[in-house]
Every structure is written in structure tokens, then in C-alpha cells.
Design a protein around this ligand. Sequence first.
Ligand code: UDP
Length: 243
Amino acid sequence: MKQTVDILGIPFYNVSQSTFVDELIEAAANQERRFVVTANPEIVMHTKQDMAFNHAVLQADYIVADGIGVVKAAKSIGKPLEGRVTGFDTMLGLLQKANEMKMSVYFVGAKPNVIKKLVKHVEQNYSDINIVGARDGYFLASEAEAVADDIFQSKADFIFLALGFPRQEKWISSYIEKFNKGIFIGVGGSFDVLSGCTKRAPEFWVKSNLEWLYRILSQPRRWRRALAIPKFVMAMKRQRKQR
Ligand code: UDP
């Protein structure tokens, strides 16, 4: 049984970053199917206001803590998680091992110029990976099924979706039943970073647990979304009082 910690109704898998990558690689090597959600406080709060999203997230095989806020919340209720397990680092770990094992990947998401650069980057840095498909994330809702069909035909081992939340999780939840294999993971803005189009927070900010602040400062349009953070803190306070 996998060990989870409940944070505001979301069961977070308690695992280290490297063990998690190993588990996904093993599942892929066994031709199994997995749905991974990497969630931060903003995503947790969004599950409270969008029931379709809530349903999609709870359908995942694994929900991991992609935000320091979630890690701190777990500690505050006396059930610490091993640490952050981010979408970006999970993708890097999977690419490295998929390369060693000559496995196949399919990328869906980001703008057309970003996906082109991403494919180049992966071809240059992970030359043994088999890229069986790549497309941008600006397709119409009416095209979503065709995207799923193409992924199905490709028989990809790993499917990375960078459509932003809640779209990527809703897409996975709608189509995953069609598949009998494949590791599906929503990775948000990771294609922008890996392709070199956006900079990830420098190490100092990540180490100081301030990656979230760096993102707000470098992309000020995100400030409204960041309002979810104090709401999350307040909701956690209420949860602790109720115990
Ligand atoms: N995106 C996309 N299709 C859309 C909307 C967004 O492919 O319809 C992409 C966008 O280009 C970016 C990513 O989704 O690459 C969202 O990045 P963000 O950092 O906002 O991720 P989030 O924090 O929302 O998960």
C-alpha cells in the first residue's frame, strides 16, 4: 500500500524525488499505465472550486508535492513528506533514464516555437530517446480526441503534457481509460524551461524555498493566481483547528 498524507482532501504520495522516478520507470518497463499529478497549493485550492478538476485529480495514481507549501503543510500536521517532487525534476529524471533504456516519449503542450526547441533540445541531449510524437498545446477541444488517438498509435512509454492546469489533468482524466500502457504526467510550464524559452528560478531561490516568489516576480501576470497561497495557509489553519 502506498503511503499518503491528506492535505485538504488531496492524498499526497510520500516519496522521494529519485524513488518516484525509479517507480515510474519500473512501471513503464512493465508496460503499465500511470496518471501522475504534480500539485502545489494553487492546484489544491483549485480542486475546491472546480469539481471536474477535483474529480480528475482524484483519479490519478499518484499526486505528488510540487510545492514547498504542500511540504510545509504536511509537516505542520505532524505527517511530514519526504520532500518536494516536482514536475520539472520528474521529467528530467524520466528523460535521463528513458534515454539509458532507449524508451519512447510523446510531448504535448506549449507554444509551437517552444515545442520545436524542446524537440531539438531532447534530440541533442538525449540521443537514445525515441521521440514518437510532439505537438503544441493550442489545439481545439474538438481536436482533443484526435490527439489521444495519435498518442495511442504511437505506443509511447511516457506522455508529457504541458497544457497548464487544469487542462492537462482534465485531458488525461478524459482519455486515459483508452490506454493500456503509458506514464501520463502533467508538467505545467516545464517545456518552456527545458527548451530554454523561460528561465527556471536560480538555485538560490529554489534552495531558499522561494521558487514560488521568483515565479510571481518574473511573471507578474501570475500575482492573481498567487492569491491561492494565503487561502491555502488559512484553510490549513482551519484543518489543524478541527483536529
Ligand atoms: N499552454 C498550452 N495550451 C493552452 C494553455 C497553455 O499548451 O491552452 C501551455 C503554455 O504555453 C505553457 C504551459 O501550458 O507552456 C503552462 O505553463 P504554466 O507555467 O502557466 O503552468 P501551470 O502553473 O499553469 O501548471
